[in-house]
Design a protein around this ligand. Structure first.
Ligand code: ADP
Ligand code: UDP
Length: 239
């Protein structure tokens, strides 16, 4: 049964589970934020779409031997997950140049990378999630060099699997962000969400942006676009 609210973030609420100290309920909100909370809005149906898309993606990863915190979907907006202590890192993988790297390094948007590029950001709203290097991560995120290498390898495996999943539904996986958490026994596990809020996805035929950039850049109706992604993933899952 749903317990008390543990934490409320920008996109989700996190609830305890009565009688299950090692589980949490993630409740996806309709809120959208960008530019570290400076741009905000609410979209009816967004919480449901991200909950169901994220569940679908975690289920696909599970089928391909990539474990995560995901246990099961509870209802339209909520999922049951393993409780972890989140490592305060945003692990970003880029297959194609877009977003912050374009401005930071003066690259051309749409430039593909020969091999996926990993960047680490320190998950800290007060500091605006700064880009950090490995040595900063050992200092700030309580991970050893060996563990960081494990996280990077897991991230590249997720990238390989997700590129294939999204290519099958006619989407190009441009980049995405992962979070990892630590279980009580010390092991590291993929956590948080994988949704169009945390991935850049471009239609493979039209090049149309089908992710949170629709909101960031005011390109159209975010809910309509997310609905198309869910429909394509569900059609594939039931094919
Ligand atoms: P933010 O905190 O960045 O505003 P959200 O609104 O998505 O983000 O809030 C969800 C919070 O839950 C995040 O801080 C995320 O790191 C955390 N979280 C995700 N999965 C787990 C988990 N399995 N155990 C504990 N915390 C988690
Ligand atoms: N991302 C995210 N949460 C963040 C920052 C980035 O999910 O707090 C995702 C973002 O949606 C994109 C990828 O990570 O898919 C790379 O984001 P980028 O560094 O380009 O930052 P942006 O300009 O999108 O904020």
């Amino acid at each position: 049964m749903k317990g008390s609210l543990l934490y409320e973030g920008k996109a989700k609420q996190v609830y305890r589970v009565e009688g299950e100290a090692e589980q949490l309920i993630l409740s996806y909100k309709n809120d959208a934020t960008a530019f570290n909370g400076k741009k905000k809005d609410q979209f009816n149906g967004k919480g449901r779409l991200n909950n169901l898309i994220s569940a679908n993606v975690f289920a696909y990863l599970h089928q391909h031997d990539v474990r995560s915190h995901f246990i099961k979907t509870l209802n339209d907006t909520e999922q049951l997950v393993e409780k972890t202590t989140i490592i305060p890192l945003e692990v970003v993988v880029r297959n194609v140049a877009a977003g912050s790297i374009v401005k930071r390094l003066g690259l051309e948007e749409k430039q593909p990378f020969d091999s996926p590029l990993i960047e680490l950001f320190y998950k800290n709203d007060d500091l605006n999630d700064p880009l950090i290097n490995d040595e900063h991560a050992y200092l700030l995120a309580d991970v050893t060099e060996e563990e960081l290498n494990v996280l990077k390898r897991m991230t590249l495996t997720v990238n390989t699997q997700l590129r294939s999943l999204f290519a099958d539904v006619n989407l190009q996986l441009v980049d995405f962000k992962l979070e990892f958490g630590r279980r009580q026994d010390g092991s590291l596990v993929l956590s948080d969400e994988i949704s169009p809020d945390t991935c850049r996805l471009w239609d493979r035929e039209t090049g149309e942006k089908m992710d949170k950039d629709v909101f960031r850049q005011g390109l159209g109706d975010l809910v309509d676009v997310y609905e198309v992604i869910l429909q394509r993933l569900e059609e594939k899952a039931h094919a």
